[in-house]
Write a protein that binds this ligand. Structure first.
Ligand code: NAP
Length: 258
């Protein structure tokens, strides 16, 4: 990443740590250009990466600052980031509040998910304020280190997508649990029910990495058999509405702010 220095406040947490490690592993940023801060003073990184206790010092030494702390921790944070670009990973904290609290020139709101851990996160991002083209490319590259990324046209997309892609493994985990519970209720032994449900979610999910879901459903419906009956039952009970209401419930929390 050329000569930019990146500082990650909260860079030892779940998201911050995974992103920092991916940047280092890919060589996109060298250890001498990466600064991390936290409160505990414990660092999982190689010795070349500086861990700071003072967030303002991190900001002063950085060109771009990532906020990878929780929304409630942000309320206590006191930094002056005037003249800096700030990238916030926080759900439910509007760009205007971040600008007002930090004085940052440009605020990017990005919403990765827990799959940063396996570098398969989808990260939408939105820039409030002016960001030159080379900085836009830099942000895109940063998030491509942990998966794929897209700039979105307005901030509400981030609030909505916080409840969709931001939830990462949550929806598949819920489906897996429901399949397991129903199989057990139908008399299937627990260990077998768990393996069967995991096969559906994990094995099926991997297939969908390279297949179009609509074509997949159409070709399975064409058998007019067991799978078709199950899918039709889901459609008749309004799977789209159930999913829509779930995502909207999450998005409302993000929009209301945390
Ligand atoms: N995890 C997800 O799946 C996910 C998905 C989408 C968005 N997000 C967003 O990402 C943000 C981070 O989430 P996370 O899951 O990575 O949280 P986390 O694991 O709790 O990490 C937070 C980090 O911030 C540090 N920290 C807290 N207060 C600090 C302060 N005042 N100064 C410096 N460091 C401080 C903590 O370390 P110390 O305790 O040592 O200070 C910790 O390393 C959240 O705002 C969340 O909304 C998370």
């Amino acid at each position: 990443m050329e000569n930019r220095t990146l500082g990650i406040i909260g860079g030892t947490g779940w998201l911050g740590r995974a992103i920092a490690q991916a940047l280092l592993d890919s060589g996109v940023i060298g250890p001498d250009r990466l600064l991390i801060s936290n409160r505990s003073g414990v660092s999982p990184f190689e010795p070349g990466v500086r861990l700071l206790a003072d967030n303002q010092q991190l900001v002063d030494l950085s060109d771009i600052v990532v906020l990878s702390i929780r929304p409630e921790q942000f309320r206590e944070l006191q930094i002056n980031a005037r003249g800096k670009r700030v990238i916030s990973l926080m759900a439910g904290v509007p760009a205007a509040s971040i600008s007002a609290a930090t004085g940052a020139d440009a605020v990017v709101r990005a919403m990765p998910n827990a799959a940063v851990e396996i570098r398969q996160s989808f990260t939408p991002w939105y820039c409030a304020g002016n960001l030159v083209e080379c900085d836009r490319q830099w942000v895109q590259r940063l998030f491509e280190c942990v998966g794929s990324a897209d700039e979105v046209p307005d901030e509400d997309c981030i609030d909505y997508l916080s409840a969709l892609s931001g939830t990462g493994p949550a929806f598949p985990a819920m489906l897996q649990m429901a399949l397991t519970n129903q199989a057990v209720a139908a008399g299937i032994p627990l260990a077998i029910a768990q393996r069967a449900a995991q096969g559906v979610v994990v094995g099926g999910g991997q297939m969908l990495a390279s297949r179009d879901p609509r074509q997949m459903i159409e070709s399975l419906m064409a058998y007019r058999g067991v799978t078709a009956a199950a899918l039709q039952s889901m459609a008749d009970q309004g799977i789209d509405c159930i999913v829509g209401r779930a995502v909207n419930a999450g998005a409302e929390v993000a929009r209301r702010g945390m």
